[in-house]
Design a protein around this ligand. Structure first.
Ligand code: PAF
Length: 285
């Protein structure tokens, strides 16, 4: 079964408004398509909590800092609709460029303090593009709840803060990262990995586990934890680390001294593919 396909703002607004009038909570799962089991977890959570679930599929050009990345991003709408249909999604909202950006976008949403570091330092304009398109989607669908993966922890922090600062009437629901059996976090980008790169990729999670273990074991220096985690990746020529940081989970500022839970985040290149992952780590007592 394929899910109903809506491609205009008017259609999805109407469908969501009708569901709301009928007493259903509306859930939105914003995606860029190429859906996998990680998205499946977001959808299942939405389906469990909302009477009407919309999955948006839109590869948002303004969040790509590299044109080739945008061009190469997988576009699999027919399969995505099947996937959504199988999970009981009520509607797939897949607008075209003309629908989302009929004119050059002159208005942007920015959360600079949470966007400057980590991925933001390497992907200029990325979080501005994400915040702007998510604000647009929230205004278009007007969901009661919107679902985002913890794998994109910085994105989640930016969106939560945007929603709070702008008093948007929506609850943001974080959903835990889904992993392959070997620990690799699911991502639409994994399908770009060569067999050799795929073999090396789970090391990223192992590095995060090494950080978690050090913190659990009482290491309270952010720098030492970082060194510990980086040691796991050292000597693996297929992985080029972009950053690995230990940060305060709320502010995303580096945590020099670890006195409570911290988030350890990593971004790395495997060939032409950039992967990210993170883990919330708490000291043992
Ligand atoms: O996480 C994503 O897939 C995208 O950044 C999002 C939230 C759908 C915005 O384009």
């Amino acid at each position: 079964m394929t899910a109903a396909l809506l491609s205009t703002i008017a259609e999805v607004r109407q469908a969501a408004a009708k569901a709301r009038r009928g007493g259903a909570a509306v859930g939105l799962v914003p995606t860029m398509g190429a859906l996998h089991a990680g998205h499946g977890a977001l959808i299942e959570k939405a389906r469990g909590e909302c009477g009407f679930t919309v999955v948006s599929v839109f590869v948002n050009p303004i969040q790509f800092d590299r044109g080739d990345d945008y061009e190469r991003y997988p576009r699999t709408l027919a399969a995505d609709r099947e996937f959504c249909g199988g999970l009981g999604v009520d509607a797939v909202f897949a607008p075209g460029m003309e629908e989302m950006y009929p004119r050059p976008q002159l208005t942007f949403v920015e959360v600079p303090a949470l966007s400057a570091g980590l991925c933001g330092a390497f992907r200029p304009g990325h979080f501005r593009g994400v915040a702007t398109v998510v604000a647009k989607l929230l205004h278009i669908v007007q969901p009661d709840r919107a679902y985002f993966g913890e794998k994109d922890a910085q994105q989640l922090a930016v969106i939560e803060r945007m929603v709070s600062d702008l008093n948007l009437p929506v609850t943001i629901v974080p959903v835990p990262t889904v992993r392959e059996a070997d620990g690799l976090a699911l991502s639409s980008r994994n399908r770009r990995l060569s067999a050799q790169e795929r073999e090396a990729a789970p090391l990223l999670y192992r590095a995060l586990l090494a950080a978690a273990e050090a913190i659990q074991g009482g290491c309270s220096s952010g720098e030492a934890v970082k060194r510990n985690a980086l040691a796991v990746l050292d000597g693996e020529p297929r992985i080029r680390v972009e950053y690995l940081e230990v940060v305060d989970p709320g502010t995303l500022e580096p945590a020099a001294a670890i006195t409570g839970p911290v988030r350890v985040l990593v971004a790395a290149w495997l060939g032409e593919t950039r992967l990210i992952d993170n883990l919330l780590c708490a000291p043992g007592h």
